[in-house]
Design a binder for this molecule. Structure first.
Ligand code: GLC
Length: 754
């Protein structure tokens, strides 16, 4: 029996020795309606309000999904509401001090129910200062290293709890299918299988057993379809058939639920005419009815309000709140009117209090399981022993190294030898900027990130690096600086241009990529192409390095430069890792987790397309991607032979084993990501020309061979028939194994389901 300091037995919900469900029932029995509805409400933090109310107009609030304040509602009001137990959660609280302060206010409330603090810890708790910043999800996905996904999530959870953050709005398990969309970098790419595995490991890493001081609540998001917006912009409508939903967009969410994810965030967009935030089919029939989801659903930013003021499927806010709760919503992100209107809806009998109790139980369950009643605060003396600790830094560096994709290396220009070049020109908007951290990053201390220029100097100190600073802002590059770089390129032995997009959120309106930063083309912005072409015109070898969160159609560079590195958003050690790849200290191993089209006109361009996709190829321009899904070069080469199936025929419920010998046929150690694709040759409904169904990372010494085995189980063959029943159909299947999704990189065999 737990006891208070005066050695009095602690009774009821405050007794940590009681089973959680008993604690919930005891507490909920004591709560007023206001207190219950308060648990379902989230606010942005006080410092966030102070910052934004000083610079934002009320009008700017309407379509901003990252910055807010509440006109007429001051931080004093928030503090009072917290003391009154009318706020259950906060987001955008970026310091331990503020979190502990708000928690102390909550501990003054009648029932002392602790606040749960949520934050977008998308690649480490990067959205707050002084935390380890790992590569963003797209780079992690290109490593195909699911163990790394788990490790990063585990370490992030520890760093979050060290600053009293309890809930990350991650993993984003959307299947990215449109390069115009600004959030590709936040996803694990375009393949449902890879997204699923990465999402599952992230959920497990964040949550652990969801019962300790180092666990945080994961949040699978955004449910569903916002990554295939009809015009490429975030939150735009999407129209997706149930078949495509169930075969492409649902699997990562269902697997996340099966992995134990205990919160889910609905998507901004309407789906087939119904806003996701009032979509009973999604939130109740599928999520709870089919998948038995036990966690709670949180809205995305003001999206319940948008049922009224954007989608216009509710005539007023109160109706919007009613529709959303009735459809299955549990927590409101964020702000005022919720408490007042929802209590009215209950008192008017439109929403039974029992429905409110359902949501409150789900939320209290998490607060009890995370131990927030026993440990409501974080220790300021401990916090920096965990955040940015050496182990986490090493992980960030390794992940950065493994997420870098070598797209082109003509004539073996790379790796550069450290004594062949005396002077190297370095230029480009991303050559020496914090932007290397990527989207969802707060400004970090200068000593806590390495730029490409830092890395080059560190990796090859004997070389003179001549830096021409193009500034950080692609929209406002200086033509004189472009000319200066072009001239200096003539005197250099080699040129490195570090280009791409701009993602830093503290310059919200200046970004070209990231949340709510979508584009109608996928070209380099500003004078970047001119810079590349003029520097290359020097006649000296020119290497292009890309720092970006969306695929970029760098077609001129692909046709005219000898080498291109796609580094995505590599995080705090990105500059070091890129430089180590350039000079060969690291042999690149990553493979594209997303197709890189030549131009936006090719959108939608995905590798797992249907057979008729290019029945009539484009005229004038090619129908092939610039670089295909699964593609990435190494400084060594790999040979594939002896593709073997242990059976040529299987029954629908049987499995078969596929094996292949992979050999390092080059002169240095390397890691290959062996990919297995499958195609159902003939089927009752159309099927993709190939689908990734397994992969393996294998590290081989020069000359070393390894037999790689995959098991093809019935679930890897199944699909939905005309009646939407999941079946394994008899007939021929093609197995393809190789180093990318490109047919020229694949060896094939046929087996038959009989
Ligand atoms: C944004 C994003 C969502 C994020 C939330 C809180 O609108 O869509 O992914 O978790 O707001 O920052």
């Amino acid at each position: 029996m737990s006891a208070t300091p005066m050695n009095q037995p602690v009774k009821g919900y405050k007794n940590p020795n009681l089973p959680v469900n008993e604690r919930i029932e005891d507490l909920i029995g004591k709560m007023t309606l206001e207190e219950k509805v308060g648990q379902m409400n989230q606010f942005v933090g006080v410092e966030h309000i102070k910052t934004n109310s000083a610079v934002m107009t009320a009008d700017e609030l309407k379509n901003n999904t990252a910055n807010a304040f509440y006109p007429g509602f001051t931080e004093k009001d928030i503090e009072k509401w917290t003391k009154d137990g009318k706020i259950g959660s906060f987001l955008h609280v970026l310091t331990l001090e503020e979190a502990n302060y708000l928690q102390r206010l909550a501990m003054e409330s009648r029932l002392q129910i602790p606040i749960i603090f949520g934050i977008d810890a998308i690649h480490g708790n990067a959205n707050a200062p002084d935390n380890t910043v790992y590569p963003t999800n797209i780079g992690l996905a290109c490593s195909f290293d699911t163990t790394m996904a788990y490790t990063i999530a585990r370490q992030t959870a520890k760093e979050m709890r060290a600053m009293n953050m309890h809930w990350t709005f991650n993993p984003n398990v959307e299947v990215a299918r449109d390069p115009r969309w600004g959030r590709v970098g936040e996803t694990f790419g375009e393949d449902p299988y890879l997204v699923t595995l990465m999402g599952v490991q992230s959920v497990k890493g964040y949550q652990g057993e969801l019962n300790g001081k180092e666990d945080v609540l994961a949040c699978i998001k955004h449910f569903v379809g916002g990554s295939q917006p009809i015009n490429g912009t975030n939150g735009a409508p999407t129209d997706i058939s149930e078949r495509t939903l169930r075969e492409v967009f649902f699997p990562p969410f269902e697997a996340g639920v099966d992995a134990g994810a205990m919160s889910l965030m609905t998507a901004h967009n309407e789906l087939n005419g119904i806003p996701c935030h009032s979509n009973e089919w999604l939130m109740t029939d599928v999520l709870r009815g089919e998948w038995d989801f036990k966690g709670f659903v949180v809205s995305d930013w003001m999206d319940i309000e948008h049922i009224h003021d954007l989608h216009a499927t509710a005539e007023n806010l109160k109706e919007a709140f009613y529709q959303s709760i009735e459809a299955g919503m549990d927590m409101h992100m964020h702000g005022i009117h919720w408490n007042e209107y929802v209590c009215e809806l209950v008192r008017e009998g439109r929403i039974p209090e029992s429905r409110i109790d359902e949501s409150v139980r789900r939320i209290l369950d998490i607060k009890f399981r995370l131990g927030l009643f026993e440990n409501p605060y974080a220790d300021p003396n401990e916090t920096m022993n965990i955040r940015l600790c050496p182990e986490h830094r090493n992980t960030a560096l390794e992940a950065a190294r493994n997420g870098i994709v070598l797209l082109k290396n003509e004539g073996g220009l790379l790796p550069l030898s450290k004594n062949q070049y005396k002077k190297i020109l370095v230029t480009g908007i991303n050559a020496d900027d914090m932007n290397i951290l990527g989207d969802w990053s707060a400004p970090q201390k200068r000593e806590n990130y390495t730029t490409v220029l830092d890395g080059l100097k560190q990796t090859a100190p004997e070389i003179a690096f001549d830096f021409v600073d193009q500034g950080w802002d692609p929209r406002n590059m200086d033509p004189a600086k472009v000319e200066e770089a072009a001239n200096k390129a003539k005197d250099a032995d080699l040129n490195i241009v570090v280009a791409g997009e701009y993602m830093m959120r503290f310059r919200w309106a200046d970004r070209t990529c990231g949340e709510d930063t979508d584009r109608s083309d996928i070209d380099l912005v500003g004078l970047q192409n001119e810079l590349i072409e003029k520097v290359a015109a020097s006649g000296k070898p020119t290497l292009l390095v890309l720092i970006n969160g969306r695929p970029l159609g760098v077609e001129w560079a692909a046709e005219n430069l000898p080498a291109i590195i796609e580094a995505w958003e590599p995080g705090m050690y990105g500059g070091q890792a890129i430089s180590e790849v350039i000079f060969g200290d690291v042999n690149p191993s990553a493979k594209l987790a997303v197709t890189i089209p030549r131009s936006v006109g090719q959108t939608q361009m995905i590798y797992n397309h249907k057979p008729s996709m290019y029945f009539h190829p484009y005229v004038v321009k090619p129908s092939t991607p610039l670089y295909p899904f699964g593609f990435g070069l190494s400084y060594t080469t790999f040979g594939y032979e002896n593709l073997t199936l242990d059976k040529k025929q299987i029954k629908p419920d049987e499995s078969l084993t596929v094996s292949v010998n992979v050999t390092n046929t080059g002169k240095r150690e390397g890691t290959e990501i062996v990919q297995l694709y499958i195609r159902d040759k003939f089927s009752c409904v159309t099927r993709p020309v190939k689908e990734l169904k397994d992969f393996a990372r294998v590290t081989l010494q020069p000359g070393e061979s390894k037999m790689i085995e995959f098991t093809i189980t019935p679930d890897k063959l199944s699909f939905y028939d005309k009646k939407m029943n999941k079946i394994v159909e008899k007939g021929d299947f093609e197995v393809m194994i190789g180093s990318s999704s490109d047919d020229q990189d694949l060896q094939k065999e046929i087996f038959t389901v009989i």
